[in-house]
Design a protein around this ligand. Structure first.
Ligand code: ADP
Ligand code: MG
Length: 546
């Protein structure tokens, strides 16, 4: 090879691509992940703070729900996005514990960074983390306690724990009772397993009234009134048609112009329109429907015809509500009115218009599928009901997760301290660098109690020392009373959480940490648009300055 050939640079990437390799790539990824974790860390626990998020349109969301914060933040950095995915997985799998999962991911990476600084290779750390993650499942399982669906008091404590510190405080008794009732109503027993489809519990919000006035309704509640005052207020023995088609003549997509030269022609035109609408209503009536939920519009004249036939109708029902109605009533959603037959109809014992506050809502009760329930959330303002809804979603998720797995642990930092203890013991059976990695993992798990203490304005060092001392004397549920700063028996105090929250948080946090650790090369292509790589300002390390 000549010197000249050696100096010739070789381009294997297209122009505009960005590439970071080796330690730089690792560092910037770890930094980005830590930055995400740091953002939500202050919201952890009952004394965690809230975030106010303002989107580009000026809409405001106030929350301390991990996944909500991260979703609203529109995060760009690829590694940071991976952390957001952890929160989403946690949300999908359990419905709660999102902040815990994210904070743990960040801390696992922070601990790993220290090991990298001590010249331990990332793949060795990854291997140690994998061992620790597997062991964690075993330890958490062994410390958990069983629970059954008849243990209502315990289930309510789980629901209360999920909602503590989430603006649901003054109504937590009502809301935890409702959450447990809802889950019990929708759960089915299959041998020894509990089948629970959260989709069967709908949450409807209504601004106005007090949070304590929230209620559980067996059936579906729609934020819709009947379209015409002449329609019946109550329909018993409802035969429900679900239409994803407008009961209108106009086709809004095509604009038509009709020129009429003589009044008779005009009349004929109006008559024809009327006949078409009459025919449409006749279709509905002859199929045997006495209740119609329409995803699109219903023409004024059609409303009038329907009311004359004693049909109850609501229009512009959302797609998700249509789907819930289909499940609840056993009705099929029909997209072409001409196809509507008797077989497509569903059934509900009662369809009724009910006045809630100042507005009317439609209640669909005694459904064909009795497993459909709606939680109607009341509250002073939009922001309040939104946050209560998120709290109730967490409670539903936790109660469901407790019953599905049938196992519960105590919170308030107790299970994390116990887990860390177990991991340290396990590390003694290992040697060398893997042992260090497992110990780092144990250290990382302790970020949860430490953060709970910090967020409560307590001294984390004192609290951690006291906590560990209590666990050393065999008090496995010793946790933090975040209100008094005392060490308590979290189980006796009713701070209970499903085992699944912890096992899921540990497994997804360790998976993402391991994945990020194994990356030593970040290549961002320029993309077809030529707009440059999808990277934050300042390249892959852009978030590093946060
Ligand atoms: P996440 O999104 O992870 O669920 P939260 O803000 O809901 O975050 O906080 C959950 C943490 O708060 C858990 O570690 C849980 O054990 C703890 N926690 C909940 N209620 C209490 C309580 N009454 N006292 C102490 N800790 C609590
Ligand atoms: Mg929570």
């Amino acid at each position: 090879m000549t010197t000249q050939q050696q100096l010739q640079p070789i381009f294997i990437l297209s122009e505009g691509s960005q590439r970071t390799t080796g330690k730089n790539a690792q560092r910037s990824n770890i930094m980005a992940a830590k930055a995400v974790a740091e953002t939500v860390r202050t919201t952890l626990g009952p004394k965690g703070m809230d975030k106010m998020l303002v989107d580009s349109l000026g809409d405001v969301v106030i929350t301390n729900d991990g996944v909500t914060i991260l979703e609203e933040m529109s995060i760009e950095h690829p590694a940071a996005k991976m952390i957001v995915e952890v929160a989403k997985t946690q949300e999908d799998e359990v419905g709660d514990g999102t902040t815990t999962a994210v904070v743990l991911s960040g801390e696992l990476l922070k601990q790993a960074e220290e090991l990298i600084d001590r010249e331990i290779h990332p793949t060795v750390i990854a291997r140690g983390y994998r061992l620790a993650a597997d062991k964690s499942q075993e330890i958490l399982n062994s410390i958990s306690e069983p629970i059954s669906e008849t243990d209502i008091a315990t289930l309510q404590k789980i629901a209360t724990t999920a909602m503590t510190g989430k603006g649901a405080e003054q109504a937590k008794d009502t809301l935890s009772r409702i959450s447990v009732e809802a889950i019990r109503a929708i759960s089915e027993k299959d041998g020894s397993r509990m089948l629970i489809d959260i989709e069967n519990a709908k949450i409807e919000k209504k601004v106005g009234g007090r949070v304590e006035e929230s209620e559980l309704i067996q059936g579906i509640v729609l934020d819709k009134e009947k379209v015409h005052p002449g329609m019946p207020r109550v329909v018993k023995g409802a035969k429900v048609a679900l239409l994803d088609a407008a009961i209108e003549v106009k086709n809004t997509e095509i604009e038509t112009k009709i020129q009429v030269s003589d009044p008779a022609q005009m009349q004929a035109f109006i008559d024809m329109e009327e006949k078409m609408l009459r025919d449409k209503v006749e279709k509905v009536a002859s199929a045997g429907a006495n209740v119609v939920f329409c995803q699109k519009g219903i023409d004024d004249m059609a409303q009038h015809f329907m009311s004359k036939k004693g049909i109850y109708a609501a229009r512009r029902v959302s797609k998700s509500d249509m789907e819930k109605l289909a499940r609840a009533t056993g009705s099929k959603i029909v997209t072409n009115l001409n196809d509507l037959t008797r077989e497509d109809l569903g059934f509900a014992g009662v369809v009724e218009e009910v006045k809630v506050g100042n507005e009317n809502m439609t209640y669909v009760r005694e459904c064909k599928n009795p497993k459909s329930v709606t939680i109607l959330i009341r509250g002073g303002t939009e922001h309040v009901v939104d946050e209560i809804k998120r709290a109730v979603e967490d409670a539903l998720g936790d109660v469901a997760a407790s019953l599905r797995i049938g196992k519960v642990v105590a919170g308030a930092g107790a299970s994390e301290i116990e887990l860390a203890r177990g991991l340290r013991k396990f590390s003694e059976s290992l040697s060398g660098r893997e042992q260090l990695a497992v110990m780092a993992f144990a250290e990382a798990v302790e970020i949860i109690p430490r953060t709970l203490a910090e967020n409560s304005g307590l001294d984390p060092i004192d609290i951690m020392t006291e906590l560990k001392a209590a666990h050393d004397t065999g008090k496995k549920w010793a946790g933090i009373n975040v209100f008094t700063g005392k060490i308590i028996d979290a189980w006796k105090d009713g701070v209970l959480e499903p085992l699944k929250i912890k096992t899921q948080a540990v497994s997804s946090a360790s998976e993402v940490a391991i994945m990020i650790l194994r990356i030593d090369d970040v290549i961002a292509s320029a993309g077809k648009s030529g707009k440059g790589p999808e990277m934050p300002p300042g390249g892959p390390g852009g978030y590093g300055d946060m």
